[in-house]
Design a protein around this ligand. Structure first.
Ligand SMILES: *Cc1c(COP(=O)(O)O)cnc(C)c1O
Length: 456
């Protein structure tokens, strides 16, 4: 049994020169808390595991480590080598260079966020993005909130609280992260009127319900992350809109992904675009800023001005409105589309458009730099609730460490952490989702984890 009287008192410790130094950097309250935590641990280890009491300078080192751990950020950059382009757990879309620069330049200091420079009077924060959204899509107006879940909730609350909203049973979906259409509907105060069946809905179902005269809104929700196959049918969007408009009922399309470019041009299935929703006559379209738009997390509502006016004036709009960092980033990202440079500047579109031979040569360069691994064919995915069953051909670097799970852990503990995946006992690294500036750190982290996995 170690001699517990050897454990220094807090008071004594605080007078040690090493601890005095720590006090200078971290201040008294945190240093005291860390010292108490370490002394408790040491007492516990002595009693339970018979561990010897370390020297005072060693205890000072432990206190410093504790404080470093407490003050290091828990949120940090990672390298996405999974091949899933819009990885929700890894923060969805990485931002373009111009978007990062705009946020760093405009988003961080004073700006004319709500100040009209021409008149010197108060301005509206909504104008910055709405002008770009109108230019891009031809919609009358637009409004940016925190995310698309907020956009849908706000739209329903402002336009249909206490009223009936028509939704097809084919679209009563759960998107993930707790976003379920029926729950959002209930939260908004709107009453859900379901039509059709799980697999089929007909135009006559819409017609019958609308003819009852009690419907305030038709909501069309994109099924996003799941797919109905087999005995399934739904009317065309334009047919539904035409029917609803005959009864003077507006149609809101929760589009989810919000693509402005056509995924079908890159060998993928076609993901419905914002332009198509508007062309079909939808009165409002809601989508995310960080899915196929490839910008910061945001929810965007575009469409008719007379419908957006009550949305912008609703109390929830104040609660859900986007902050200046987001608005700066959303605008910078939208500009890429206006300048027709999305394919070369927006990272997720660069990844989607990356030709197979370019992926191949990056994987081969990694193999050459490391001196181990195999270059082999594989599959990437778009992710983020878009194109659920679609895969794109890719080329991966495949490694076969003795213990793949332990190697994967080692990669996650690297700085920066690397997220890869295991398939058939191989650990795969997909160049498609690794940002070019992350290649050197990636190789460094692989080398480290590889050496550890081989016990050197
Ligand atoms: C992703 C998605 C949402 C939620 O969007 P967030 O921006 O993640 O809040 C809502 N509806 C649909 C159809 C979606 O695909």
């Amino acid at each position: 049994m170690p001699d517990l009287s050897q454990l220094p008192s807090i008071d004594h410790l605080l007078h040690q020169p090493e601890v005095q130094e720590i006090l200078q950097s971290y201040g008294r309250p945190y240093t005291l808390a860390a010292a108490r935590a370490i002394l408790d641990d040491l007492r516990e280890a002595a009693l339970q595991e018979n561990q010897a009491i370390p020297a005072e300078s060693e205890i000072a080192g432990l206190i410093r480590e504790q404080l470093e751990e407490w003050t290091s950020p828990t949120l940090m950059p990672v390298i996405n080598a999974t091949g899933v382009i819009l990885h929700t757990n890894l923060g969805r879309a990485p931002l373009s260079k111009a978007t990062r620069e705009a946020i760093a330049e405009i988003g961080v200091g004073y700006s004319n966020l709500e100040f009209n420079l021409a008149t010197g009077k108060r301005g509206k924060r909504a104008v910055h993005a709405s002008r770009l959204l109108s230019l891009l899509t031809g919609a009358e107006d637009g409004f940016v909130v925190n995310n698309n879940a907020g956009a849908v909730l706000l739209t329903l609350s402002a336009l249909a609280s206490g009223k009936n909203v028509l939704v097809s049973r084919t679209q009563l979906v759960e998107i993930g992260g707790g976003f379920r259409i029926p729950d959002v509907m209930r939260q908004s105060g709107a009453t859900l009127v379901e039509i059709g069946t799980t697999n089929r809905v007909h135009l006559s179902d819409f017609e019958q319900s609308l003819a009852g005269g009690e419907i305030a809104l038709v909501l069309i929700a994109h099924p996003s992350n799941f797919k109905l196959i087999g005995f399934h049918s739904e009317p065309e969007l334009a047919e539904i809109v035409e029917t609803a408009h005959r009864y003077r009922v507006p149609v809101v399309h929760d589009l989810g992904s919000g693509a402005l470019l056509d995924t079908a041009e890159f060998g993928l299935a076609h993901e419905p675009t914002i332009q198509e929703s508007l062309a079909a006559g939808c009165d409002l379209v809601c989508f995310s800023g960080d899915k196929l738009l490839g910008g910061p997390q945001a929810g965007i509502i575009i469409g008719r001005q007379d419908l957006l006016a009550p949305i912008k004036a609703h109390p929830l709009a104040r609660a859900l409105r986007a902050g200046k960092l987001t608005l700066t980033g959303v605008s910078a990202n939208l500009l890429h589309y206006l300048k027709n440079e999305a394919l070369s500047e927006v990272p997720i579109w660069q990844m989607i458009a990356l030709p197979l031979d370019a992926v191949q040569s990056r994987a081969a360069a990694w193999q050459a730099a490391l001196g181990f691994g195999l270059v082999q064919a594989g599959k990437s995915a778009v992710g983020g609730g878009s194109l659920p069953t679609e895969e794109m051909p890719t080329v991966t670097l495949a490694l076969a460490p003795p213990k793949p799970d332990a190697f994967l852990n080692g990669l996650r503990e690297a700085a920066p952490p690397v997220i890869a995946r295991i398939e058939n006992d191989q650990v795969l690294f997909d160049p498609r989702t690794v940002l070019p500036e992350q290649e050197d750190p990636l190789l460094e982290s692989i080398r480290q984890a590889w050496d550890e996995a081989h016990g050197s």
